[in-house]
Design a protein around this ligand. Structure first.
Ligand code: UD1
Length: 429
């Protein structure tokens, strides 16, 4: 078990170069299956979810090599189209391999990851999209079998702009005969990143970033190189950390437009935000004003992943902040822990009201999910005294060197492991 030990109350100062995007890396890693040669990816973050994707690729017969932030994937020897349950269950987004395998092998056999962190996460839209392209899919007790079938282009109408379903549809459409039109597509920057990557393989795709993506089937090149864009949710995390703790930090190597809704609310809350090219500077006096309503919505709306992070930043804001969560049904799992740290939060259905308190105090809490765990760490950084976040590996699924990056900004935070130092009073390693 990971244990995050935090001594709160420090202001944050300095510069952080934002890590590569987790949610862009995962579908792009799956898309490497389409290349009958070697892909070089740069700025690939070191994360548990990325490791899981690399293991899936190796299992399927790819040769994988990592050098620093570069990953080389040679998919010339793909020998299997089956992903065992033990690998599938390591991350929800392994379902994206379905479209990639269909594209590469014409068939796929995988299981569904069981139980889930944020509420029901059905894949009906993924299946509908792939069936529209001619995939023959059978579902039996958590198993999905896509039997060999020739894919042909078609018009896919997504009733909700699911990110994963859009990605699966794009990947399968690459191998379909003729043109595929995806209407109601997700518009997230990760969709644009996937389009850009597929174009580097020679694909003819356009429309990413709008609600209509058009894909023409193509024969992939044998070589490609691609740089993963910055992680907008990680950037938002650091911005929220600074907002809650007070201080001044610059985030570099990122596109501030990709998390402008988060910056907007931080600005409303009293932070100064200066954006220039790929850099954004956030200054905060520590005590903020309440904001809201913060309503989560598909991009370009406010990201559901940033909701727990902004909530942590606003725990000490003057007044009452209002949140409405529209994407996932269990996205307030951080709330009991934030209350334990002194936060005053009232949840009713989709709504959460956060009444700002004078001060937060340290406590021992349990991470519930990736962003929920991060929000507890952020609250601990802004709290008086020591906080311990016990974590079954959620946070390292999405944040690279989270403790040392925050330490370089002046935070006192250490990632330790069970058995290393149990007491609340921690020793600096
Ligand atoms: C992606 C992100 C995740 C983010 C989410 C929403 C990755 C790896 N993960 O997840 O961090 O929180 O987008 O921005 O990129 N839905 C259905 N049927 C489906 C698919 C989805 O009903 O077939 C529903 C889901 O239950 C959920 C909503 O659509 O309520 C959004 O899901 P989706 O956009 O698909 O999110 P993910 O791709 O899973």
């Amino acid at each position: 078990m990971d244990i995050w030990r935090i001594r709160g109350g420090k202001r944050l100062e300095g510069e952080y170069r934002v890590q590569g995007s987790k949610n862009a890396s995962l579908p792009i890693l799956a898309a490497c299956l389409l290349c009958p040669g070697t892909v070089e990816l740069r700025r690939v973050p070191r994360l548990r979810d990325v490791d899981a994707a690399l293991e899936i690729l190796e299992h399927l017969g790819c040769r994988v090599r990592r050098e620093g932030d570069r990953v080389y994937i040679d998919a010339s020897g793909v020998s299997s189209c089956e992903i065992p349950h033990a690998l599938m269950e390591r991350m929800r987004s392994s379902v994206i391999f379905m479209g990639a395998l269909l594209s590469r092998c014409g068939e796929a056999h995988l299981s569904l990851p069981g139980g889930c962190q944020l509420g029901k996460r059905p894949i009906d839209l993924h299946l509908m999209a792939l069936r529209t392209l001619g995939a023959q899919i059978e579902e039996t007790e958590g198993e999905i079998r896509c039997r060999p079938a020739a894919l042909r282009g078609g018009t896919i109408l997504l009733p909700f702009p699911s990110v994963g379903a859009t990605e699966n549809a794009m990947l399968a459409a690459c191998a379909a005969r003729g043109e595929t039109v995806i209407r109601g597509a997700a518009r997230e920057p990760e969709i644009t990143a996937l389009q850009d990557f597929l174009c580097s393989l020679g694909a003819r795709i356009r429309g990413a970033g709008t609600d209509t993506v058009r894909v023409l089937g193509f024969t992939p090149r044998r070589r490609a190189r691609f740089v993963i864009p910055a992680d907008r949710i990680t950037a938002a995390t650091f911005a929220c950390a600074c907002a809650g703790c007070g201080g001044k930090i610059s985030l570099t190597g990122c596109d501030p437009r990709h998390f402008s809704t988060v910056l907007y609310f931080l600005n409303q809350a009293g932070c100064a935000i200066i954006q220039k090219n790929d850099r954004v500077t956030v200054s905060s006096a520590g005590r903020l004003r309440a904001v809201g309503p913060v309503i989560t919505a598909p991009y370009p709306g406010f990201p559901t992943d940033a909701q727990p992070l902004l909530m942590a930043a606003l725990l000490r804001a003057e007044g009452e902040s209002l949140f409405t969560e529209n994407i996932f049904e269990c996205r307030y799992r951080q709330v009991p822990a934030l209350r334990k740290l002194g936060g005053s939060i009232c949840v009713s259905g989709r709504e959460a009201r956060v009444r700002g308190v004078e001060r937060l105090h340290g406590a021992a809490v349990d991470a519930t999910d990736l962003r929920g765990g991060a929000s507890m760490i952020l609250a601990g950084l802004a709290a008086e005294g020591e906080t311990l976040v016990r974590d079954l590996g959620h946070v390292t699924r999405g944040y690279e060197n989270f403790d040392s990056c925050l330490r370089s900004l002046g935070a006192e935070l250490y990632l330790t492991h069970e058995g290393e130092n149990h007491g609340l009073s921690f020793q600096v390693p």
